[in-house]
Ligand binder design. Structure first.
Ligand code: SF4
Length: 451
């Protein structure tokens, strides 16, 4: 499985060949890009942040929303013009959109040299070399992950916090979601393999790991013997130099009490739960085939807050799902108020190919979807602000990640509950844990002073 040949980008190194990667979508895709860089380093490619200098341009794509897919083709049009200016440059398109499009990618985006899917990332160097040698486009899509998936090297783009994939794919079939189609069925990595990767990260100085999966709460059900995410958290909890372990993202049905107990008891497990509910209405949830009712979710939240009162809970919400009535939408708005989420990722429903709901005839008109989205966002902002204000006057532990993008005078980092905190302090604190007294809060971040 994915391995640990960690290397840092040295932008001063003069590369013989350079690769530029543009990554769309979720943390899984960002993690995949780090593995692509690791694989390509083995055949002499060094990363570059300058598209114009690149000998190889890779688009790591996301198929979750129609807008993201449109963006892929607009990028490929621009990249083709760039390729015309620099003959010999290669264009590769990979992961979710490529998995779905396969050969048709070549017709839709002339100029593409390599198309690869979600299950054959480890083959990227061979595919690039073949396209170079033959001068002809290469398309390779596997329908599922091979059982003997080899370890792949990785170039980490962050030296403080690392992503570690622990489970691939998803066994659910939510009626709006293309993920099971492009990512396949759930496949967990062994605990030994994950633990070894985290040990190596610790030895390289990383302070935080985020365990990744489309459904991370289902981790281990397919292993022999079966384990669950709580077991993995307990095992990683024995590694003192890893100060924080997070996990994202999970299905509410798979969040068993043992996982919540592990977060409550394991010192380095962070009190942060991203638990997508998608809708606050039972009828809509049934049409989405989410497999739970709102009351079940309420009980999950109650369990978390009973055991870990300060836990942050965030969610994903879709508005304008086919057939969503005004009342069903308002039930979602009420639930945001009731649960008082720390943050919500919201989106207007976007019909995706290969999903049942895309063909239903009760689609909500686009203007109504966006009107609902705007209203929901205003409520989410107000609720997140209210939730963040509860930290005013308290002192929070912040893992300092670097300078604030908005104000480079300040440092920026995250609390265990994943809140962004900005504060003034010395450069030497980057990569360290700092105690910060919170003075102001808005819906998106906190600001404070070093204690
Ligand atoms: S659980 Fe998540 S990834 Fe799986 S089908 Fe549903 S929305 Fe998609």
């Amino acid at each position: 499985m994915f391995g640990q040949l960690n290397a840092r980008i040295d932008m001063n190194q003069a590369p013989s060949k350079s690769v530029y990667i543009e990554t769309f979508g979720c943390q899984m895709n960002k993690s995949d890009s780090e593995h692509m860089l690791g694989l390509l380093e083995e055949i002499g490619y060094q990363p570059t942040l300058e598209l114009k200098e690149a000998d190889l341009m890779i688009l790591n794509t996301c198929a979750i929303r129609g807008g993201a897919e449109d963006k892929v083709f607009s990028y490929l049009g621009a990249w083709r013009r760039q390729k015309d200016k620099r003959p010999g440059t290669l264009i590769a398109v990979g992961v979710c959109v490529a998995q779905d499009a396969g050969e048709t990618m070549l017709q839709r985006a002339p100029g593409v040299d390599v198309v690869f899917g979600t299950h054959n990332l480890h083959r990227l160097p061979e595919l690039i070399l073949k396209a170079k040698e033959t001068g002809r486009p290469v398309v390779e899509i596997f329908q599922e992950l091979p059982d003997d998936l080899p370890e792949t090297p990785v170039v980490r783009l962050n030296s403080i916090s690392a992503w570690v994939s622990i489970i691939y794919g998803c066994d659910y079939n939510c009626t709006y979601c293309i993920v099971p189609y492009v990512r396949g069925r759930e496949k967990s990595r062994s605990m030994d393999s994950v633990a070894q990767e985290v040990e190596e990260l610790a030895a390289s100085g990383f302070k935080e790991v985020t365990l990744l999966g489309q459904n991370v709460t289902a981790y281990g059900h397919d292993l022999d013997p079966k384990v669950h995410l709580g077991h993995l958290l307990e095992r990683l909890g024995t590694m003192d130099s890893i100060k924080r372990v997070r996990f994202i993202t999970g299905h509410p049905r798979d969040l068993n009490p043992e996982i919540i107990d592990a977060v409550a008891q394991v010192p380095n497990a962070c009190e942060f739960f991203h638990l997508p509910i998608q809708s606050g209405d039972d009828r809509t949830l049934r049409r989405m085939a989410r497999g739970y009712k709102v009351d079940f979710y309420r009980k999950q939240v109650e369990q978390i807050r009973n055991k870990i009162p300060d836990a942050a809970i965030t969610t994903d919400l879709i508005v304008g799902f086919p057939g969503e009535t005004e009342q069903e939408f308002l039930n979602t708005v009420s639930l945001v108020e009731e649960i008082c989420f720390d943050a919500c990722n919201t989106a207007a429903y976007s019909p995706r190919p290969h999903t049942p709901s895309a063909n239903w005839d009760m689609q909500v008109p686009a203007d109504l979807k966006y009107e609902r989205l705007r209203f929901l966002n205003s409520v989410v902002t107000e609720v997140s602000h209210r939730r963040n204000k509860r930290h005013l006057g308290s002192t929070m532990e912040v893992l300092v990640e670097g300078r604030s993008e908005r104000n480079p005078e300040r440092l920026a980092g995250r609390t265990r509950t994943n809140k962004i905190v900005n504060f003034e302090g010395p450069e030497a604190l980057i990569g360290q844990l700092a105690q910060v007294e919170i003075a102001t809060a808005n819906a998106w971040a906190l600001r404070g002073a070093l204690k």
